[in-house]
Design a protein around this ligand. Sequence first.
Ligand SMILES: NC(=O)c1ccc[n+]([C@@H]2O[C@H](COP(=O)([O-])OP(=O)(O)OC[C@H]3O[C@@H](n4cnc5c(N)ncnc54)[C@H](OP(=O)(O)O)[C@@H]3O)[C@@H](O)[C@H]2O)c1
Length: 262
Amino acid sequence: MDLKTQVLVTGASRGIGLAVSRAFAVAGARVWVCARPSSALDDAVASLSGLGGKARPLPGDLTGEGMDALLEPVSRQGRLDVLVHNVGDVGPFAPFMEGGDRVWRDSLEINLMAAVRLTRLALPLLRASAGGRILFIGSTGARRPTGRWPHYSAAKAALLNFSQSLAVELAPEGITVNTVSPGPVWTQSWEREAAELAARESIPVAGVRQRLRNGAAARVPLGRIGEPEDVAGICLFLASPAASWITGADIPVDGGLGLASP
Ligand SMILES: NC(=O)c1ccc[n+]([C@@H]2O[C@H](COP(=O)([O-])OP(=O)(O)OC[C@H]3O[C@@H](n4cnc5c(N)ncnc54)[C@H](OP(=O)(O)O)[C@@H]3O)[C@@H](O)[C@H]2O)c1
């Protein structure tokens, strides 16, 4: 990969998206780092500068319909080679009867519609590349729901189905579309859950954090919760020439969780 390889990573200011951006920057790509405008986004871009490639901020909110101008800075470069659409959100910890329509609509908006609209905007730029790549970050919950966050699992299942429809439609143009589906990976969304549970149970957050980490590790055959960097390598591979005959795949990155009995 070189500085001419244009990569766009969404949800890139922290967590999995930042780790994926770092891997592409180290590999020498020009990385567009997308998240809502914040000091976290500026810090992320600063942390990626000087790693080998180049990082540029692409501030924007991927929910709602006001995204039309988002990719203008990328368009000025003439093309996009790799889109890693990583934005997603598990939403509130809500069993089915606690999550009303609003929870479901919000989940479909951030986990599915953001991908639909961004892909619509990015496709003309990917078509201008010699071999465009689309990667969606899904979730093991799409195929293996846990009984928590039903809105999220359903939305990620829809994202996977969308990814595979696109893979079929775009194959004749040589554009590959794949999904990478992480199992539990310790990021800010887990920190948020730990804080919510600690407040609900009126106990210190440190204990809840440890309980969540241990609980996840106990379910995973490889015996530990994932870290954001665990997801980055497969993204780099799927964007590389070595993966030019892989499309429509859904690759689990879950420490073997998919093998374990429910
Ligand atoms: N962590 C896990 O255990 C796990 C497991 C399976 C799948 N996943 C999936 O992996 C992906 C990344 O998860 P993560 O845990 O790394 O998430 P995270 O730490 O919560 O980070 C989410 C990223 O998305 C950005 N973002 C959120 N809402 C946005 C919006 N409306 N517009 C633009 N950017 C937005 C955030 O930045 P701002 O808030 O500053 O905009 C941040 O950069 C998600 O699709 C998630 O569903 C995660």
